[in-house]
Design a protein around this ligand. Structure first.
Ligand code: NI
Length: 181
């Protein structure tokens, strides 16, 4: 099933998510549906709060960057209970968007590399270094699990300038091609 995507202003996007337990019902199906939902909205990442579930789970699809970044080639993965435990001092800017903030694109500064522990969709543990576009997408999705969105990372001035747009969005003033709620 394709879920409607929750738009900025909803409380579920602002609550920290809880860890998933091994007995979570129909986890495989939920992950499959998140991949479907992300693809239908043409996204490269989707976190569970964006479909109304405050659980520590997100999916990414970096395959569109496969030409520029070898590690992104056919890279589609689910991440459960992730924990970013180290970030690089070096940062860079990248123009980000978010399915929950339709029509908004801003340059966001983030570390260029991270180390993260997580479980994959078979609940196998991993401890991995990510850089390039994968590090960017993963940090964006990870923020969703902490109740954050990318505009929280902009300068206070930039946020001030975007304020009326964000208020409008939270009141339903936005346009996008996918199903929302
Ligand atoms: Ni997002």
């Amino acid at each position: 099933m394709i879920y409607p995507i929750v738009i900025f202003g909803a409380e579920v996007l602002r609550k920290p998510s809880v860890e998933l337990t091994a007995d979570y019902p129909d986890l495989k199906k939920l992950i499959e549906d998140m991949f479907l939902t992300m693809a239908a909205a043409d996204g490269c990442g989707l976190a569970a709060p964006q479909i109304g579930k405050n659980i520590r789970l997100f999916v990414v699809d970096c395959s569109a960057w496969g030409e520029e970044d070898e590690a992104c080639k056919d890279y589609r993965k689910a991440f459960i209970n992730p924990e970013i435990y180290e970030v690089s001092e070096e940062t860079d800017l990248f123009n980000e968007g978010c399915l929950s903030l339709p029509g908004l694109h801003e340059d966001v500064r983030r570390p260029i590399a991270i180390r993260m522990r997580y479980l994959d969709e078979n609940l196998e543990p991993h401890d991995e270094l990510f850089d390039g576009f994968r590090a960017r997408v993963i940090q964006h999705e990870y923020d969703h699990l902490e109740g954050k969105v990318f505009t929280d990372r902009l300068s206070p001035l930039r946020r001030q300038l975007l304020k009326s747009k964000l208020v409008g969005m939270s009141k339903g003033k936005y346009r996008c091609a996918y199903k929302t709620k």
